[in-house]
Design a binder for this molecule. Structure first.
Ligand SMILES: Nc1ncnc2c1ncn2[C@@H]1O[C@H](COP(=O)(O)OP(=O)(O)OP(=O)(O)O)[C@@H](O)[C@H]1O
Ligand SMILES: O=C(O)C1=C[C@@H](O)[C@@H](O)[C@H](O)C1
Ligand SMILES: [Mg+2]
Length: 195
């Protein structure tokens, strides 16, 4: 007895969304806003690449961010940060999670505004503190009062560069990533097609 031969086209692997970015997407916001976590989650959701500037700097310098601060001071760290930020405006578009202080330098704000689409993830200093388990990894998050002041000083700088603002209060990383995805699609930055 012969088995029935399957008809139709050969079995295809399940379709998955292939996404493309038309421009780099930069995540900015205060420490603990979730820039790193959200860009990683969105990258997984959409099968695109993401890069974290702090992690990239640590690999490039073979040192932890807090050790670069200790050895070269904040200015030394900011020099490196500007150089790597420039790299990611010039390369293929990626999701780029920036360090919390990237907006401090006017030069960086110009790079961000001219170099891609900027998503500002908003968080209060109080909520940020409750999210970060090891504050010693953030040399500029010394105590809550100081973090509240720094956050208030930076707010207009984040707003200056932002193309989209997303309030993260009380939302999960997955929900924020989905909100960002929807904004990027609506703005024509993220294209999703079936392979
Ligand atoms: N929406 C959220 N809800 C609860 N916890 C969160 C949320 N977003 C991030 N976290 C947690 O907060 C901590 C800091 O998150 P993350 O490193 O992504 O922040 P960041 O904005 O990249 O900070 P930094 O500027 O210091 O790099 C992590 O432990 C992460 O799991
Ligand atoms: O807010 C800041 O100034 C910083 C945030 C971190 O992501 C690191 O880039 C570094 O600790 C400085
Ligand atoms: Mg980060």
């Amino acid at each position: 007895m012969t088995k029935n031969t399957p008809t139709g086209s050969p079995k295809q692997p399940p379709k998955r969304p292939a996404c493309t970015l038309s421009r780099p997407v930069f995540f900015v916001g205060f420490m603990g806003a979730g820039k790193t976590s959200v860009s990683r989650r969105l990258a997984r959701m959409c099968h695109i690449s993401s890069i974290d500037l702090d992690t990239y700097i640590e690999r490039r310098e073979d040192k932890k961010v807090k050790d670069i601060f200790a050895e070269a001071g904040e200015d030394g760290f900011r020099e490196i940060e500007t150089a790597v930020l420039r790299e990611f405006t010039a390369n293929d578009p990626l999701l780029v999670s920036c360090g919390g202080g990237v907006v401090k330098r006017p030069e960086n704000r110009e790079i961000l505004k001219g170099g891609g689409f900027v998503v500002y993830l908003k968080v209060s200093a109080d909520e940020a503190q409750s999210r970060i388990s090891d504050l010693s990894t953030r040399p500029l998050f010394n105590d809550l009062d100081q973090a509240r002041r720094t956050s208030a000083e930076r707010l207009p700088l984040y707003e200056e560069v932002a193309d989209a603002v997303i309030d993260t209060a009380g939302k999960s990383v997955g929900r924020i990533a989905a909100e960002v995805r929807d904004v990027l699609k609506k703005e024509g930055i993220l294209w999703q097609s079936q392979e």
